[in-house]
Design a protein around this ligand. Structure first.
Ligand SMILES: *Cc1c(COP(=O)(O)O)cnc(C)c1O
Length: 366
């Protein structure tokens, strides 16, 4: 409220202003990149990253398939074509095996992708060492979609700082929010400046309104950046609480061998944005659908895992590289996965209701 009040008191409501500058600085400091540009959404940040890499009609972009549609939509905005890459079973994120195969095929056709969008899903980092070494071998830049993994780490380094560009979202459902907003981060100061220019309608430095490039209206307002500054101050506490929620679920439910929680891989630190798990339906005697229905009956909101993008009608006939020729990991996770309620304002009583509901279902079915 203090930061918002300052925006009103100084009469800098929008666009830009002190809060925007400070939010960008504080954010870049937190995750350890040279620069950051506050924008109107995570989707806008991905779109800017693709624009900076000059992705255009006729180009291809590799992208994780197990993600929210916003990871890939900006590829279409640019008139380019996505190629979807499967998950591997441990991190649920991009499979190095499938990525390698996609690169080999692209190389053979003489048409390498312009970029690879690697998603850090549900707070868990992808196997970045393997993925980076493949992308580096073909000299193709990485855009890291860290919308769900602010504060997560891989080998001690923050999520979103591995690629050429990293993007974050402050949509209402994310670990911190500005109601709506996003951030583009990079270590290339020149690219950051250019992103800021493109996000402000690409207005040339002239007194009259002159434009020589196609730009966007993507900047974050000074009021919302004020919310972001306040939210950044509680991020560590949110992560602590998210991890505590996960630990409680795990402690209470690990007695059921039909439940497998998404692991926190060695060398990684997850913000545990959502507690996610898969169910062995045969062993459990109930289906994911039945579990979600039982939750709904008790007014508990739970969700399936993101539907893989290669299964979306929007992306029909788009090339897809599974983890193994006959094994699509993302499809398996999708058909057996659940996101449990993980809101940081959830009470112990709330969480016990969720746990009891699962216990009743699974014990009853045995
Ligand atoms: C939320 C989200 C986005 C998009 O962010 P918006 O701010 O809603 O545009 C992109 N990728 C993933 C993986 C997300 O979860």
């Amino acid at each position: 409220m203090k930061y918002i009040q300052e925006a009103f008191d100084s009469n800098w409501i929008a666009p830009l202003g002190f809060n925007v500058d400070e939010f960008e600085k504080e954010f870049a400091n937190y995750i350890g990149t040279k620069g950051a540009v506050a924008v109107s959404s995570g989707t806008a940040a991905i779109h800017l990253a693709l624009s900076l890499l000059e992705v255009k009609r006729g180009d291809t972009v590799f992208c994780s398939t197990l993600t929210f549609v916003a990871s890939a939509n900006p590829i279409l905005y640019q008139g380019a074509e996505p190629v979807f890459i499967d998950s591997e079973p441990n991190s649920w994120n991009m499979s190095p095996v499938a990525l390698k195969k996609a690169f080999e095929d692209a190389d053979r056709k003489g048409k390498l992708p312009k970029a690879v969008i690697i998603v850090q899903l549900y707070g868990q980092s992808a196997k970045m060492d393997e993925l980076q070494s493949i992308c580096n071998a073909y000299q193709v830049p990485i855009i890291e979609d860290a919308a769900e993994s602010l504060g997560s780490k891989y080998k001690g380094k923050f999520s979103g700082t591995f690629g050429e560009y990293g993007i974050f979202s402050f949509n209402g459902n994310k670990i911190i929010t500005t109601s709506g907003g996003g951030m583009l981060v990079s270590n290339h100061q020149e690219a950051i400046n250019k992103a800021r220019f493109l996000a402000t309608q690409a207005r040339d430095p002239a007194i009259h309104y002159q434009h020589s490039k196609l730009g966007f209206n993507y900047r974050l307002s000074n009021v919302l950046a004020g919310i972001g500054r306040g939210q950044l101050e509680v991020l560590d506490e949110r992560i602590r609480r998210k991890r505590e929620i996960f630990q409680t679920y795990e402690k209470e439910l690990k007695k059921f061998s039909c439940i497998s929680f998404l692991k926190e891989l060695k060398d990684s630190f997850s913000n545990r944005w959502l507690t996610t798990l898969t169910i062995n339906e045969n062993q459990a005697g109930v289906t994911v659908e039945e579990i979600l229905k039982a939750f709904e009956k008790e007014n508990i909101e739970a969700r399936p895992i993101w539907k893989p993008l290669h299964l979306q009608p929007l992306f029909k006939n788009i090339p897809y590289y599974p983890h193994h020729k006959d094994v699509s990991i993302s499809e398996k996770i999708f058909s057996t996965g659940i996101c449990l309620p993980s809101g940081t304002s959830m009470t112990e009583v709330d969480q016990n209701r969720v746990i009891n509901c699962i216990e009743r279902l699974l014990c009853h079915s045995h």
